[in-house]
Write a protein that binds this ligand. Structure first.
Ligand code: UD1
Length: 342
């Protein structure tokens, strides 16, 4: 299949690109490199020994996107390109609406004249808001707690309406829990700009000596050890889920599948302290921690009911938390400054 990947140079995008190429598909990447590096793309080429097209462009740029679609004629699209910092979206929401929502409209407009009606969308468990029950299945009520989450919900809504208007669409809304870890080679991984907002890249930078200690945001939650519990999932499992979802989109016997949401999680919760301990084991030295106040907007516990993806397209997460930590450390120790050294 010819698969167009927006945001293909990013963290989850580059891991998915690698799996797409290894599965024998043709790929074309669109990325504006605003929070990603061309080095990730060259390393995917080395790792797979495969070539692919690349448009350095912004999904808001109609001409660039239309030209890429016209030239490549995708048979499926995997759409990652978006801004993703929750805190920044609260302080300055407009770039989130422009990049995420308007950018998605431009992409969908560009597909209008093409025959491509298969679409895998990078959504987030953030669309569930504060958990009403656990584990969270796809029927869980949806709500918004910040502008970033609102854009994910708006994009899901746009895709649902589109599928309703034209039954030839097959759209998978992939709601990620907490993707972490890196490819086994240690050549691609997560390399956030500035101080990491998320737990795993922060711990990895403490382990490699770039930061002194992990601030644990709250130890008085109603959880076993008082720290927040999340459903961490290996990024390679997440990447493989995209392939399975695209295959599901393509398997409708000529009919569209409509628009369906799928959780990507393991179904298991791990606390901040458990994660720090597991990482300490992986890197061979304990991770220093400071107990800090709770972070506004955080919930105590979140984990997925992951069964629908398995029932529908036979995908299930395979990697353990220890493997997530080992692969993350393998990446961070080989690339202490991320991609910026190249
Ligand atoms: C966050 C976003 C979510 C987004 C996801 C991926 C919020 C409320 N949610 O998920 O919408 O899809 O990132 O970008 O921001 N923690 C620490 N110290 C740190 C960092 C985190 O103790 O330095 C704790 C947090 O309090 C939380 C857990 O680690 O309990 C995971 O945090 P994080 O990695 O930021 O992910 P989420 O907040 O679950």
């Amino acid at each position: 299949m010819r698969i167009l990947i927006t945001g293909g140079a990013g963290y989850i995008g580059s891991h998915t690109l690698l799996e797409v190429l290894n599965a024998g598909h043709e790929a074309h990447v669109i990325d504006n490199l605003s929070n990603s590096s061309p080095t990730a793309l060259s390393r995917v080429k080395q790792l797979t020994n495969r070539d692919f097209g690349f448009t350095e462009g912004d999904i808001r740029d109609r001409d660039a996107i239309q030209s890429a679609v016209d030239a490549f004629q995708p048979e499926a699209v995997i759409h990652f390109a978006a801004l993703k910092a929750v805190g920044k979206s609260v302080v300055d929401p407009m770039p989130y609406f422009h990049n995420n929502v308007y950018g998605t409209l431009v992409l969908l407009d560009a597909l209008r004249e093409s025959s491509c009606r298969r679409f895998a969308f990078s959504s987030s468990a953030t669309v569930y808001g504060d958990p009403q029950y656990l584990p969270i299945d796809e029927q869980h009520p949806l709500s918004v707690t910040n502008p970033y989450g609102r854009t994910k919900l708006q994009m899901e809504g746009i895709l649902e309406d589109l599928a309703r208007s034209d039954p030839s669409w097959s759209i998978a809304l992939l709601r990620y829990f907490n993707p972490v870890g890196a490819h086994a080679s240690g050549r691609i991984g997560e390399d956030p700009n500035g101080i990491p907002d998320n737990l795993m890249p922060f711990i990895a930078q403490v382990a490699v000596g770039r930061r002194e200690a992990l601030n644990v945001f709250g130890d008085d939650y109603d959880t076993a050890d008082g720290t927040g519990v999340r459903d961490y999932i290996h990024v390679v499992d997440v990447a493989r889920a995209h392939l399975a979802a695209v295959d599901w989109c393509a398997g409708g016997d000529g009919e569209g599948r409509g628009c369906e949401a799928f959780n990507l999680g393991t179904g298991r919760g791990t606390s901040v302290l458990e994660m720090a301990t597991a990482f300490g084991k992986a890197c061979g030295k304990p991770i220093p921690i400071n107990i800090a106040p709770r972070r506004p907007g955080d919930v105590a516990t979140m984990f997925a009911h992951p069964g629908k993806a398995e029932q529908t397209f036979g995908w299930r997460a395979e990697f353990s938390v220890d493997e997530m930590c080992q692969s993350s450390w393998n990446w961070q120790s080989q690339n202490p400054q991320g991609y910026s050294a190249e």
